[in-house]
Design a protein around this ligand. Sequence first.
Ligand code: NAD
Length: 262
Amino acid sequence: MPEAAPRGRVVLITGAAGGFGRAAAARFAATGATLALSDREEGPLKALCARLEGQGAQVLAVPGDVAEADAAAAMHDRVLARFGRLDVAINNAGVVHAPGPIEHLPVEEFDRVMAVNARGVFLGLQRQIPAMAAGGGGVILNVASAAGLVGAGGLAGYAASKHAVVGLTRAAADEGASRGVRVNAICPSFAQTPMLDALTGAGSGVEDPEGKARQARLTARVPMGRVATAEEVAAAMLWLCSEENSFMTGQAIALDGGLTAI
Ligand code: NAD
């Protein structure tokens, strides 16, 4: 028996303490959803959960590393024990490596990025599909990237991991379709979050002309001439996971200011 009856849809978000995760948590909380928020950074995760609870949301913190099989299993078990079902899962936790050509990318970095971005999504899907199917259906949104749709020179390990996320999404959608589980991926290009700040070095708080120049070069590649906000990505996540979007599955949706299309 579940420990607490959920108030709205039960929504699990991984990487919840980061840029997209926080914005998505706030957005789903505003719809009255019951939240299960996960991140490997326990302190920031607990602070976020306390803040959302203070605003009236029903929130469970499930800290853990998505790339570790036991931790991923325990995280899902805790959500099901507490709420009795899982309606929406956003597999958002991810990491990037320092930019550079393939010959300079350390194999350990390649493995680290693949473990979090690809194996982490795989481990989530292993638990989420049967849990949702048992509850009559659900929606999974994997956070890939524009680098999961096109080559991203200088980010080969990241691009490989995000192409893997798109492949996992399509396979999971095929397996989930007859069981009431829709699975899609969202593919942002660049959005202003701590990850982008780390990639460009622009958000360190220290005056960094090189970081600013890197950010300007990256922005110039986007036809719309700017990067997204985390809130824009969260708004798309909310709609992609909504009942209104009831016939879409197996898709990798670019949210990229035109980067992969124009
Ligand atoms: P972020 O760095 O702000 O947040 C990522 C969060 O994931 C962090 O809170 C981090 O602690 C958590 N995390 C990392 N590894 C983890 C692990 N092994 N287990 C559990 N939690 C872990 O990054 P963001 O920009 O919010 O990115 C979210 C997702 O969006 C990532 O998958 C990223 O690859 C993807 N993405 C980001 C951009 C962008 O421009 N910001 C563009 C395309 C795709």
